[in-house]
Write a protein that binds this ligand. Structure first.
Ligand SMILES: NC(=O)c1ccc[n+]([C@@H]2O[C@H](COP(=O)([O-])OP(=O)(O)OC[C@H]3O[C@@H](n4cnc5c(N)ncnc54)[C@H](OP(=O)(O)O)[C@@H]3O)[C@@H](O)[C@H]2O)c1
Length: 295
């Protein structure tokens, strides 16, 4: 079983790189070897590697910058996954691809299910939704794992920003009216590993069981706001500084890209089909902040 992983320098890709090697022969390609902003290079690369499974953890993830780099975001997040899926079809591979809670507009009051109507508010969200559609259209065995509010000790993310700012500033103003589930990249990688193992046990992708293909939500349990997340990060940090946290509304924190006010994902389908039990976000955060393993 040959598994091709893109995005190994990213948060989720880095964790996957450490985990999925025991499921087959792992081949990784970084931007230098396969640049997803040049989608025409994708098919030749896949034909050469001949993977059985492609895990696409690469993406354009700069949510605010995407507002001014819409073409690039669209190419990397939509055209490239579509090309990966078409190339997967040619070599008979299955595709695991990641997507986001930002495909929703946040008007729901209950956790979003996979089939709920999408309505992304940002260029990033639109590009990820277009990527989902491009993957599904290829009619291959695929899993789209939508996740949310990803952090790790590696890369650019909210956890690292708050830890840095808490050392630098006396007061932090953090948005308190956007609700979601912070999700550790390692929890996503572990969930993906469990899902993939079960798929492989069912001889996926050669014989694809329809219930193990499609969109699945995969995020940590529980919910909080960015303010609640920041509060917990500061509580768990070994900082002598007594940084004050002020809860503010989104209207007082202007960003180029609009975010959904509520983006909790229901993990029910993933639990029913794959019985993967994701940790509570507070437990995962504690484990992450006390973890030493580099990726
Ligand atoms: N971060 C979040 O909060 C969040 C939330 C929900 C869903 N997701 C989804 O989860 C997935 C992984 O996100 P992440 O947070 O792990 O991402 P990340 O840490 O930002 O890493 C992105 C990865 O994509 C690679 N990449 C970007 N542009 C590329 C290109 N043109 N060609 C090849 N590789 C390229 C990066 O390579 P370089 O190191 O060379 O830049 C890096 O390895 C994505 O599909 C994302 O949309 C993320």
């Amino acid at each position: 079983m040959k598994i091709l992983l893109t995005g190994k320098t990213g948060q989720i890709g880095g964790e996957l790189n450490n985990l999925v090697g025991n499921l087959g022969t792992l081949v990784t390609v970084d931007r230098e070897h396969l640049d997803l902003s040049k989608p025409n290079s994708i098919e030749p690369a896949i034909l050469e590697i001949q993977p059985d499974i492609i895990i696409n953890a690469a993406a354009y993830t700069a949510v605010d910058k995407a507002e001014e780099e819409a073409d690039l975001a669209m190419t990397v997040n939509s055209v490239a996954p579509g090309m990966l899926a078409k190339a997967a079809k040619k070599v008979g591979a299955g595709l695991i691809h990641y997507s986001t809670d930002y495909v929703f507009d946040g008007r729901s009051k209950t956790p979003y299910k996979e089939e709920d109507p999408t309505n992304p508010l940002s260029v990033y969200g639109k590009s990820k939704l277009a990527g989902e559609k491009a993957v599904a259209e290829a009619e291959i065995p695929y899993l789209i794992l939508r996740t949310a509010w990803v952090y790790s000790l590696h890369g650019k993310n909210f956890l690292k920003t708050i830890k840095r700012l808490a050392e630098e500033k006396d007061t932090l103003r953090i948005v308190d009216d956007q609700i979601g589930a912070p999700t550790w990249a390692r929890s996503i990688a572990e969930g993906t590993h469990k899902i993939l193992q079960q798929c492989l046990n069912q001889n996926w992708p050669k014989t694809a069981n329809p219930s193990s293909s499609g969109i699945f939500h995969l995020s940590c349990k529980g919910k909080t706001s960015w303010h609640g997340f920041a509060k917990k990060i500061i509580n768990l940090s070994n900082t002598s500084k007594n940084t004050k946290l002020l809860a503010i509304p989104t209207s007082e924190f202007s960003t180029p890209a609009a975010r959904p006010p509520y983006s909790l994902l229901s993990n029910e389908k993933m639990q029913n089909v794959f019985a993967v039990d994701m940790p509570h976000w507070k437990d995962a955060l504690k484990d992450c902040m006390s973890s030493k393993r580099e990726i």
